[in-house]
Write a protein that binds this ligand. Sequence first.
Ligand SMILES: [Zn+2]
Ligand SMILES: [Zn+2]
Length: 256
Amino acid sequence: MELAKRLKLRHFAQYIWTHYLAGSLPNRCLLCHQSLSADKSGICSVCLQACLYRTPICLGCGKSMLIQIDYCGECQKQAPIKVIAPCSYHQGLGPWIAAIKYQRQLAALPVLCEALAERIRQLEQQGLVTFPQAILPVPLHPKRLRQRGFNQAWLIAKELSHSLNLPLVDNSLRRIQDTKPQAGLTGAQRRRNLYDAFELESEFTYQRIALIDDVVTTGTTIAEISRLFEARFVQVQVWCLARAEAPGLLDDLDVI
Ligand SMILES: [Zn+2]
Ligand SMILES: [Zn+2]
């Protein structure tokens, strides 16, 4: 076989291994491909630790801080919605979180949810967050749910509801508009795209909730949903598997 063809074949085989086979073997770490013990799947503890936040993080903007308090100096003034995540989307786990949604690669889901639950427990013990009375996944429009077959936010909420023993409420908040994907839109377009996209039932009685999503990027979705809750004096915090920082903030992070 001529060299070019052989190289192409090798790349193809490598691509298939990295993207499909290595990741789909249940007893191998998705990142380093080392064997995992029979009761584990997804990501080994060494890779996980390497990808989690290593510095205290502002719960408002995601900026790295010297000590763990709730907000950085900038955020103290506004006290924005607290977003709790165990890691940055840009520190290694991002592709696997995207793979949950787009490739149904669910092997990493339990270990990521446990890392999030652990972070929530720690912050609660430090008095920086209060446990909510209920958790609500960011809903998909029924049409999108039919296409994808599952809502990744609901899967995360289900795991958290179990490990933190909190009620999962999935019938009060609805997505009533099938909006365009947010990726690639400018800030103003994102806000316009999502305006009035959600609806909250009139009988909602909880006072303190956590919204669950896979990734929080610009926070437009969260801002749009929390408008509905704040109008009813419901306190909102956000729990997600990873936070995608604004490019300027990345310089401050201990990126590996
Ligand atoms: Zn590993
Ligand atoms: Zn901040």
